[in-house]
Design a binder for this molecule. Sequence first.
Ligand SMILES: [Zn+2]
Length: 344
Amino acid sequence: MERIMNKFWWKGSNGGKGIRWLQWDRMCTKKSSGGMGFRKLQDFNVVLLGTTVSITQDPWLPSSDPYIHTDHEAIRNRTVDALMITNQIEWDVDLVKDIFSERDAQLILSIPLRPSDMDSWFWKWENLSHYSVKSAYAAIQETKQNSCWNDNFPWKRVWNLKVPLKVKHFIWRAIRNILPTKDQLLSRRVAVIDKCPICNLEVESVYHSLVSCQFAKQCWCLLGISPVEDDQSSFNNWLSAMIQKCINRKLQEVVMVCWSMWHNRNEIVWNQRGGEGSEVCRSAKALLNQWQNAQDKSFDNFLDFMNQEDDKERWEQPQEGTVKINVDAAIFENFNTYCWSMVA
Ligand SMILES: [Zn+2]
């Protein structure tokens, strides 16, 4: 545990603002619970969490699109525990296969309900007076999504790019399909018009917004990237293809332009002002150059700064009546694995 705790992987990486890497902060919400004692989180997860998670409304599938697609009377307003065999920690396989589409059923049944021997999860304090079951679920869900780190996407190229961290995080979100595009908002029951705010022609998805929208195509053309022919593809496939064929410098520009396009899109949505494609490309390149120049000059100082910050950090006692959940995670590149842990 301490070994993992020492590798505070994401510390400072989101600059404290903007993208929330994982929703750990949600874990500290107050809620009466009590008397958990020493329980394995996985058992706890299954027994309690299942009763709090809506089958159709919550993002609980281990997929980049974590929502159930199936619409069936039997599952409306029901919670996930309804899909388990009564009093057992097991999926009701027949039921799941009957009700859900093949895709949903496969994802549901792929969620292991029994803990593996590899992990051990403990709640340290016996008097857990405030604890949110749902928020813990959200964290577990994030972890499950994180297990996609082992997928075939060439993450290493992305993380090794010399571009601002916020841009890498943005790309990560785009690949994970967790940008607030109109299609995503709709799938979360947020009432919005589904059309792309830039072209007003097609449903806005990550792929549309960053690749297949007329505006995006114009940007790519300006950057010397040939336009896509297959508009049905996904952003992941598109970026994978870019990673295959681009040298680093070009790839840096590609991700910067993605970021810049998204920034431009947000300007249109929130401030009713956006630039031309040429402006988007120009600012993407300018930002990249500025950032890289600054990096070259101050990288050593930057490292010093990071180390100083490390020393300053001290654990502080939680306020009375609240539970502090300490979390950490690390990615072990050599083993292609990750770990995370928490202590309450
Ligand atoms: Zn569009």
